[in-house]
Design a protein around this ligand. Structure first.
Ligand code: F6R
Length: 249
């Protein structure tokens, strides 16, 4: 695991976008795994700037999103479908047919999750997976549990995740309680992983992910076993880490 610590959110977003762009330049038909949430927004803005300057193109890229709320219409302002289109897809040259976001309104979820997993496989697997991290160290919506969730599944969100997500909804009752999420196993199969975190509220999760036991109660801790993980965080998210373990950038 290579850990870069940046001064602030802006620098974290730039460094992450540079990493992302490097993958896309070296392999224009990259299969990228994408995350939503506040953390990658800045990186997506930086990628749009790079695209507009002609430095990168998504024309041949294929994307798979990590997760989507269950039973929220995709046109809802809080769906991850809307988020991804507003924050990234509407501003770049990715082909609509190359965008994959789990369908939170699928008719037969059991069948659908198998198909999503199979589609990732048939695209050749994920070259670069972008991750944020929850305060409880979830990745995707793989919440703390007794076992690591292997495959894409419908999951129950924990109360802490529902509370964290409520900032986007008018009332807590409107926050979906379930989501489709790629499993920890599906995430782990990615060839490269780029995890971002910003702010003090993530410091404990980051420390547990890097220095704690590998434990499904800390879903991100599984990444200790992955051979190609780059962590890009700001100094507040790094405040519990030993300075000798990271690169200040
Ligand atoms: C979103 C996702 C989640 C978020 C995490 C952090 O697609 O997979 O794991 O990355 O909840 O969210 P933010 O960035 O809003 O703090």
């Amino acid at each position: 695991m290579v850990i870069y610590v940046c001064d602030d959110y802006g620098k974290m977003s730039e460094v992450a976008a540079n990493q992302f762009a490097a993958h896309l330049i070296l392999k224009p038909n990259s299969v990228v795994g994408l995350a939503t949430g506040s953390t990658p927004e800045g990186m997506y803005s930086e990628l749009i700037k790079k695209y507009k300057k002609g430095e990168i193109s998504f024309e041949n890229a294929v994307s798979f999103n990590l997760d989507e709320y269950v039973d929220l219409p995709k046109e809802n302002e809080n769906s991850y479908y809307t988020f991804m289109h507003e924050k990234l897809f509407n501003h770049i040259d990715i082909k609509a047919e190359n965008i994959n976001i789990p369908d939170g309104n699928a008719k037969d979820f059991e069948k659908y999750v198998e198909e999503y997993e199979a589609k990732i496989e048939s695209a050749g697997g994920i070259d670069l997976q972008i991750l944020g991290i929850g305060q409880n160290a979830h990745i995707g919506f793989n919440e703390p549990d007794k076992v690591f969730l292997k495959k894409t599944s419908v999951v129950d969100l924990t109360q802490s995740t529902i509370d964290a997500n409520s900032r986007f909804f008018d009332s807590i009752d409107e926050v979906p309680k379930k989501a489709i999420s790629m499993g920890t196993g599906s995430i782990f199969k990615a060839k490269n992983i780029l995890l971002l975190a910003s702010g003090k509220s993530k410091a404990e999760a980051i420390n547990n992910m890097i220095n704690g036991e590998i434990d499904p109660q800390v879903p991100a801790s599984i990444l200790q076993l992955h051979s190609n993980v780059v962590v890009v965080i700001d100094k507040e998210a790094a405040e519990l880490l030993d300075e000798s373990t990271y690169i200040r950038i």
